[in-house]
Design a protein around this ligand. Structure first.
Ligand SMILES: *Cc1c(COP(=O)(O)O)cnc(C)c1O
Length: 431
């Protein structure tokens, strides 16, 4: 069976099972989990399965990692349940295609990782063991986790979000599901929410007796499946253009998405180079220029899902490149943009191509322009999620997809607490 080690365990002294790694989230030494080896994907198989469906391809790729824990049938039914939405490639011009990763239930790419993790946790839990997934969110993660884990047997989800600091739509997405999803509105900031989660995790006794785990974005069950859509996008692009090694542009914040692409490249996916696009939080693009990694507090921008000043997945990136800065620089370029540049890119993309892009996706387009990229760029969120940015730029409203409309019309249900870990414990204890 595949085992997992920590990015901080350079000599690979300590290995963990899939279940341990998935339930712990973060390694005991504070590092991120990595697979013991990177399996090789057969591109002929990928092309063949992808032409049948995304789920068929994902089942094949998942079997390379998890095939000894789960039978092919289990993996297939799991991904069929997780991936019931399309992942189309949209051509902008002769050089650049957009991979639309926003057709899932919460209209952002995080659905790909969260839904896979939800389905897998349901399988990893044993018997009537009741698992509590605790997650703090500044918006997008909470909604993706809530939707991804909704209805998973044996799993209860508690989402903490800061009062008044998430958009109305995001709040609706977290608070209207019901069922096994509990929303907790905290009178505090996102950092307070995270601190509460940390306190719960540090209370070992409570954590163990209540089977508490996290579902944050660094969890390897969210990370590994994000490598799958790079194969899928490549197969569509290869069919459409005959090209073999594309430039791959990724709007990046915490760098989970792009490092999953780098994992795909290690598995055998041909990529000419990766291009990371950031907003004003340009720690990685700066690092690629200066060779010095200088994390710093995050800045608030209009592409707020990328407002990260100390990207967690930096450790995974360095691990994938054997801590070799030169090798990293030969595979990755970076570009960053200001809010004004993002706004004017949204306008230009619409004028030139009639394509409405969200602020994150627009950073990718700007980076692609700068490097004259030939390949594809990831479209990470549906523009309707960022209407308040887009409407004033395009002077018209954005059509809201049905899934978002439905959430907006339902009654919100949540429990309100102040920053008090005892109150949170009481909520977890209550049912
Ligand atoms: C989370 C998110 C990102 C950043 O992805 P990372 O994996 O953190 O680099 C970009 N765009 C959108 C819309 C997101 O929700």
């Amino acid at each position: 069976m595949m085992r997992y080690y920590s990015t901080r365990d350079a000599n690979r002294q300590s290995f963990h099972s899939l279940k341990e790694a998935a339930f712990m989230g973060l390694a005991p030494d504070g590092g991120l989990f990595m697979p013991e080896y990177v399996p090789h994907a057969d591109l002929e198989q990928v092309l063949q399965k992808a032409s049948s469906s995304y789920a068929d391809m994902a089942a094949y790729l998942a079997s390379l990692f998890f095939g000894e824990e789960f039978s092919a049938d289990v993996l297939r039914s799991l991904v069929q349940h997780a991936y019931h939405f399309p992942c189309p490639l949209h051509q902008l011009d002769e050089n650049l295609w957009m991979v639309e990763l926003f057709h899932g239930p919460t209209c952002a790419f995080k659905d790909f990782g969260a839904r896979f993790m939800g389905a897998m946790l349901g399988q990893l839990g044993e018997g009537d063991e009741q698992l509590t997934v605790l997650t703090a969110t500044s918006g997008d993660t909470g909604s993706a986790v809530a939707a991804g884990f909704y209805g998973v047997p044996g799993v209860k989800v508690v989402v903490l979000y800061p009062n008044g600091k998430v958009s109305d739509l995001q709040e609706s997405q977290m608070t209207t599901l019901g069922g096994n999803i509990r929303a907790v509105r905290v009178d505090g900031t996102f950092d307070d929410c995270q601190a509460l989660v940390k306190q719960m995790f540090n209370d070992r006794e409570f954590r163990v007796t209540h089977n508490i785990t996290s579902a944050n974005s660094i969890n390897l069950l969210r990370w590994i499946p994000q490598s799958f859509y790079y194969f899928y996008a490549w197969s569509l692009w290869h069919k459409a253009t005959g090209g073999v090694a594309p430039d791959v542009v990724v709007p990046s914040g915490n760098y989970g998405n792009i490092t999953a692409g780098m994992l795909a490249a290690r598995m055998g996916l041909p990529v000419r180079r990766f291009i990371c696009a950031s907003n004003a939080n340009d720690v990685i693009p700066q690092y690629l220029v200066s060779g010095e990694y200088c994390p710093r507090p995050s800045l608030h921008t209009i592409a707020n899902a990328m407002d990260v000043g100390a990207p967690s997945n930096y450790e995974r990136m360095m691990c994938l490149y054997g801590n070799n800065y030169q090798e990293l620089c030969s595979s990755l370029c970076g570009w960053s943009c200001t809010d004004d540049e993002i706004r004017s890119a949204i306008a230009t993309i619409y004028q030139r191509f009639g394509y409405v892009s969200d602020p994150h996706t627009a950073t990718g387009w700007l980076a692609a322009q700068h490097y004259e990229a030939q390949g594809f760029s990831l479209s990470t969120a549906h523009p309707a999620k960022f209407r308040e940015v887009i409407t004033p730029v395009l002077h018209q409203d954005v059509t809201i997809p049905l899934t978002l409309q439905q959430a907006m019309n339902k009654e919100k249900r949540f429990v309100s607490i102040d920053v008090d870990v005892e109150k949170l414990k009481a909520i977890i204890d209550a049912d």
